[in-house]
Write a protein that binds this ligand. Sequence first.
Ligand code: MTE
Length: 313
Amino acid sequence: MPAFRPPHIAASEITPRSIYMSRRSFLGAAAAGIAFAGAGDVLAAPLSASPSIFKTDEPLTPKEAITSYNNFYEFGVNKEDPAANSGDFKPLPWTVKVDGMVGKPKEFGIEELMKFPLEDRTYRLRCVEGWSMVIPWIGFPLSALLDQVEPLGSAKYVAFETVVRPEQMPGQRGFFQPLPWPYIEGLRLDEARHPLTILAVGLYGETLPNQNGAPIRLVVPWKYGFKSIKSIVKISLVEEQPQTTWKNSNAREYGFYSNVNPAVDHPRWSQATEQRIGDGGFFNVARRDTLPFNGYADEVASLYEGMDLKANY
Ligand code: MTE
């Protein structure tokens, strides 16, 4: 991945939760009108979600930064490319096929997925490049979806796939293509079923912008950001550890687990500290300590009991 360049965001631009929540209820008041607009507008309506036990009191990263400083190589390799180049992407109509070692394979329409019990999930996101954000996602536990397809006893892993649409994704056409497509990712089944693991359909009270993985993306907050695969069209329950895009492209630098771990450096840089986007703007280079499992050790460390986390990076 390319070198780290933080966006120019002043600390004063960080949105307190109380302010964005009041914006949300303002949007909510307008929602009645949208209700008549029909299924085609499912992604245009503001989202209502229940509070969750998983939250943080840390200041939220400004929406402007979350939606303008992205990694989404299907739209280009620079941080500003996804916002600039995703205007033609069509997140509707959309389906997610769930297949493999399941009793009840099923293709879910996005309208159906939006009806899962949505929750506010404010999570830290730590990118492998050394920056982090605090993002108020809206989503539902991946386990709720897996329950519906009834995984078989032989299923040990979950494989995920992003859409391939060169006509709408400029990074997928032309002479230079940074990665092989589709972008693919995977989790162990117990990681996929963990209550922290969600499928996100929104952020800051609204449906996902294209650059953040519309209409539905994975969020696994204790792993480096690249595990959180965007614009998912397929989820497969499988027996063997699935291939993943970044491990395939450079297995020495990117492993299957990719748990945030300040004690295991990337071969080309330290992972001990990170820059929180919005911490004092461009000229403030103050970095904060990176926490084991991105601060979620109490919840997830037991998943890896007895494992060598240096060998399983
Ligand atoms: N998913 C797809 N399909 N393609 C990508 O290039 N980039 C990953 C991840 N998911 C990526 C992806 C990386 S490196 C990060 S850090 C996060 O998305 C960034 O998510 P965000 O832009 O919503 O912050």
